[in-house]
Design a protein around this ligand. Structure first.
Ligand SMILES: NC(=O)C1=CN([C@@H]2O[C@H](COP(=O)(O)OP(=O)(O)OC[C@H]3O[C@@H](n4cnc5c(N)ncnc54)[C@H](O)[C@@H]3O)[C@@H](O)[C@H]2O)C=CC1
Ligand SMILES: O=C(O)[C@@H]1CCC=N1
Length: 264
């Protein structure tokens, strides 16, 4: 299987790193396109994959072609590559806002198209991806796409109507979590802890808490209650977070993200 990436930025880089880490395919089975001489050299050096400035070359190489450019560039990319695609290849989009119908109009009604919403933890094998195939993919095609995304994390097949919600809680949420980790570490630094150590404590606590939700199957509220001793330290912090509208702020933030995705 040959995998192509149009664009080799943050998300493609995380996916390529994850695929190679898992050895799903050899580096020479992957090609990515980059615009500038610097980014071409950087991608070659970092991943030892094929890198070219020519999007049509990647399109004619790939059995699965991942469109890893921002939505605003999608139309010009499709205009450029449409007649260079392999006849039976699968086109995978990472872009919010661009619907399966929109792609079918650009690439024809028979093209195999998959909308996805991955996230950057793919880089460390802990990605989460929503996969939304159109009706032209066989079960085997869908399995192939799942295999790619499962090489660097978990996947869920979702309805297209849910994909913007996935962006809100998964595609974009690593940014909110990094903000949370940074803020906790800032507080620890304020209280005298060296910054490097503060990142270890804050990040490991987030990692472990997420694992508890996934592995125990317990309600997050129950897990929170297990940490809050009566008249203890934790409930003091929880009270401050509630007073400052932490949950409402998170809900508003996720909603704003979903709405933005729907409006692109
Ligand atoms: N960064 C993230 O956490 C996530 C990003 N996405 C989606 O993935 C897509 C890519 O996002 P990022 O990697 O973050 O963006 P990015 O800006 O880091 O990378 C995009 C790359 O595409 C290149 N590019 C632009 N026009 C091009 C063209 N015509 N031909 C070839 N290359 C071109 C740019 O030079 C850049 O290197 C977007 O649609 C984004 O919404 C989805 C989930 C998570
Ligand atoms: O910010 C963005 O538009 C992309 C989509 C999901 C994460 N990053």
């Amino acid at each position: 299987m040959k995998i192509g990436f149009i664009g080799c930025g943050n998300m493609a880089g995380a996916m390529i790193g994850g695929i190679l880490r898992k050895k799903l395919v050899a580096p020479d089975q992957i090609i990515a396109t980059a615009k500038t001489r610097n980014s071409i050299e950087r991608a070659k050096k970092e991943y030892s994959i094929g890198v070219t400035p020519d999007n049509r070359e990647a399109a004619s190489f790939a059995d699965v072609l991942v469109l890893a450019v921002k939505p605003v560039y999608m139309e010009e990319v499709l205009d450029e590559i449409a007649d260079a695609l392999k006849p039976d290849s699968i086109v995978v989009s990472l872009a919010p806002g661009k619907t399966l119908d929109w792609f079918a109009k650009k690439l024809g009604p028979d093209r195999k198209i998959v909308r996805t919403m991955p996230n950057t933890p793919a880089l460390v094998g802990e990605g989460m991806t929503a996969i939304c195939p159109n009706g032209n993919l066989s079960e085997e095609d869908i399995q192939l796409v799942e295999n790619i995304f499962q090489s660097f994390g978990k996947t869920e097949i979702t309805a297209e109507s849910m994909i913007d919600v996935v962006t809100g809680i998964s595609g974009s949420s690593p940014a909110y979590v990094f903000l949370f980790i940074e803020a906790m570490a800032d507080a620890a630094v304020l209280k005298g802890m060296p910054r490097k150590q503060a990142y270890v404590f804050a990040s490991q606590a987030v990692l472990g808490s997420a694992k508890m939700v996934l592995e125990t199957g317990k309600h997050p509220g129950e897990l929170k209650d297990m940490v809050c001793s009566p008249a203890g330290t934790t409930i003091e912090a929880v009270k401050v977070l509630e007073e400052k509208g932490f949950r409402g702020a998170v809900m508003d933030a996720v909603s704003a993200c979903v709405d933005k995705g729907r409006g692109i």
